[in-house]
Design a protein around this ligand. Structure first.
Ligand code: AVI
Length: 319
């Protein structure tokens, strides 16, 4: 709990760093301690996530790629010629390439991302590879209300791969889908979701033998030390990930190995031995669960594609 005696936080909400400072302060002040998984993704965290995607235990990335490869033609038929692909987040050039290759003369690609730098890079690469394609990046937080450039007449197809929706709270997922349905009205959303399965398979995906997921989790503290001047002792925290079956989610925590104090913004916060900082939820879905969720958000569920082992699902949702 809070052991300092300064008068409240008083940090203005400005850039990402101040927001991070604000949220870390809240996480340390309140029990249970929890912070948004969005803070995983600085440059180092993004590199570690790319490594996770290559791990033998982490099946989602390669399984979704395989589904997009096998069923791209069916998706293309639903999209029709001259479609416009709106991607929420721009972290998966490999995935959107499969759609761009399968679709008939896609007219436009609109990646939406908070990182302008990431977007510019992605846009430049795709413009070079697809000379006929209009690439129109939008720098914005796609979880907040946003406006898109007027569509050129083709169907607007949203793309939200990777089961990123699983990192939202159920309320956030509902709100996101609701605004996506508005944005894509008349078109559709291609939504990739990780499916409920054998807990041992899920457990292994977040507890890889090489320990990369642990490094990814701990990088949140390393990042706080770099950006906020905290003094987290990384060796004093253990990566802990488990499948919470009743809530259908993987939970990631950082467990304090001993009673320890952390300094932030002139205050000291004590973490007891065994207390955790809850860093991520990764919800898993059933096919019917996704369809019900989508329907509540204003979509009409269409076809679903999956792999032979039923690990991952890609849903076509009519907007
Ligand atoms: C980005 N997101 C869908 C990943 C997931 O599986 O929830 C992040 C991740 N966390 C640990 N491993 C991968």
């Amino acid at each position: 709990g809070r052991a300092g005696n300064s008068a409240g936080c008083g940090l203005p909400r400005m850039g990402m760093t101040t927001e991070f400072a604000h949220d870390m302060l809240a996480a340390l002040s309140q029990a249970p301690h929890r912070i948004s998984p969005k803070y995983f993704y600085d440059a180092e965290g993004s590199r570690l996530f790319d490594r996770i995607c290559e791990l033998p235990e982490y099946y989602p990335t390669r399984t979704e790629l395989q589904i997009l490869e096998r069923h791209g033609a069916e998706m293309a038929a639903l999209a029709g010629p001259g479609a416009e692909i709106v991607e929420f987040g721009a972290g998966s050039l490999r995935k959107v390439r499969l759609l761009l290759d399968a679709f008939e003369a896609p007219a436009r690609y609109v990646p939406i991302d908070i990182s302008g730098e990431h977007l510019r890079d992605a846009a430049a690469i795709l413009r070079r590879e697809y000379p006929g394609l209009e690439v129109q990046p939008v720098v914005a937080d796609y979880t907040e209300g946003l406006q898109l450039p007027a569509s050129g007449g083709g169907k607007r197809v949203g793309f939200f791969p990777g089961s990123t929706i699983g990192n939202f709270t159920p309320d956030e997922a509902q709100a996101f889908l609701g605004s996506a349905a508005e944005l894509l009205r008349g078109g559709a959303l291609l939504l990739g979701v990780d499916l409920v399965k054998d807990p041992q398979v899920l457990h292994a995906a977040y507890n890889d033998a090489e320990g990369v997921t642990g490094l990814f989790n701990l990088n949140l503290l390393a990042r706080a030390n770099r950006e906020l001047g905290t003094n987290f002792q990384l060796r004093q925290f253990a990566h802990y990930a488990f499948y919470n079956a009743p809530l259908q989610r993987i939970e990631m925590h950082l467990v304090s190995r001993a009673r320890q104090a952390v300094a932030l913004a002139g205050e000291h916060f004590v973490l007891e031995e065994g207390e955790t900082l809850h860093t991520e939820n990764s919800y898993k879905f059933t096919m019917t669960g996704v369809r019900a969720l989508a329907q509540r958000a204003g979509f009409r569920p269409g076809p679903v594609w999956t792999d032979a082992d039923g690990l991952f699902g890609v849903h076509w949702l009519h907007a």
